[in-house]
Design a binder for this molecule. Structure first.
Ligand SMILES: Nc1ncnc2c1ncn2[C@@H]1O[C@H](COP(=O)(O)OP(=O)(O)OP(=O)(O)O)[C@@H](O)[C@H]1O
Length: 235
């Protein structure tokens, strides 16, 4: 579904993505892990067309997406920190985004319901807690039934029940055959929702394996231990 070929991106003299090549298939949840500053968000932003790579290509169903925009309608994005106009009410943000996506007939309002956002519709975005803002971001990412979801540290800031709701939603959408990319630092969460893990280190792809393979390779039951072992061995 998505094919990334020899992707390179530098900010000034700082190389952030170094020759990254990887394929992602539909119906899979892939967790993007790696230390702070290893290039996870930059990779997601390249997929979203928010950052233009210096070289390399990204293909969606065989076609390059670089400098194109229409493909974006197939991707739902939940940013690490959602930035919204402070004065807008939740209701206005939701209806503004729905207006932009009038083409989509099948609206998924499940998260709006599960998070009880309608009861807060008249609150301004500027007055919301960080976690509530995250819930709005999550609801918007899933709203238009995209084939691909990119979730950047989606449960950071969510209380345990709300995080559980999101994890269930991720698994439900995976079952519908969607491709879901999640950046996360929480290994227990990765283990719960992901099928595969890709690890970036200093902008390079360190590994891309299924969770079962990583555990078998490291002879560890827990993913966090398996990953620590693999990283240490490779140092
Ligand atoms: N717009 C930008 N201008 C300059 N440098 C940037 C920019 N965006 C990111 N960087 C740098 O690129 C590197 C990779 O950042 P990125 O946000 O992709 O990392 P990350 O793996 O998502 O990190 P984290 O786990 O902390 O979220 C960092 O050194 C960061 O400071």
């Amino acid at each position: 579904m998505i094919k990334i070929e020899n992707l390179c991106k530098s900010y000034g003299k700082l190389p952030v993505l170094r020759n990254v090549s990887i394929d992602f298939a539909l119906g899979r949840v892939i967790s993007i892990i790696g230390p702070n500053g290893s290039g996870k968000t930059t990779l997601s932003k390249c997929l979203l067309g928010m950052v233009l790579p210096d070289s390399g290509d990204i293909k969606l169903s065989g076609k390059s997406i670089l400098n194109k925009h229409a493909y974006r309608s197939q991707i739902g994005y939940m940013p690490q920190i959602g930035r919204y106009p402070e004065n807008m009410k939740i209701r206005q943000v939701v209806s503004m985004i729905r207006d932009i996506r009038k083409d989509v007939k099948e609206i998924d309002e499940e998260l709006i319901g599960l998070y009880g956002l309608e009861a807060m519709y008249d609150k301004s975005m500027g007055s919301l807690s960080g976690g509530t803002k995250q819930k709005v971001s999550a609801a918007l990412a899933f709203m238009f039934n995209p084939q691909i979801l990119i979730l950047d540290e989606p449960t950071a800031g969510l209380d345990p029940i709300s995080a559980e709701i999101l994890k269930c939603k991720i698994l439900k959408e995976k079952k519908k055959g969607k491709l879901i990319l999640i950046t996360s630092h929480i290994m227990s969460e990765v283990e719960e929702v992901a099928d595969e893990v890709m690890c970036l280190m200093d902008g390079q792809l360190k590994f891309h394996e299924t969770i079962a393979t990583l555990k078998a390779q490291a002879k560890e039951e827990r993913l966090s231990r398996a990953i620590a072992k693999i990283m240490n061995e490779e140092d």
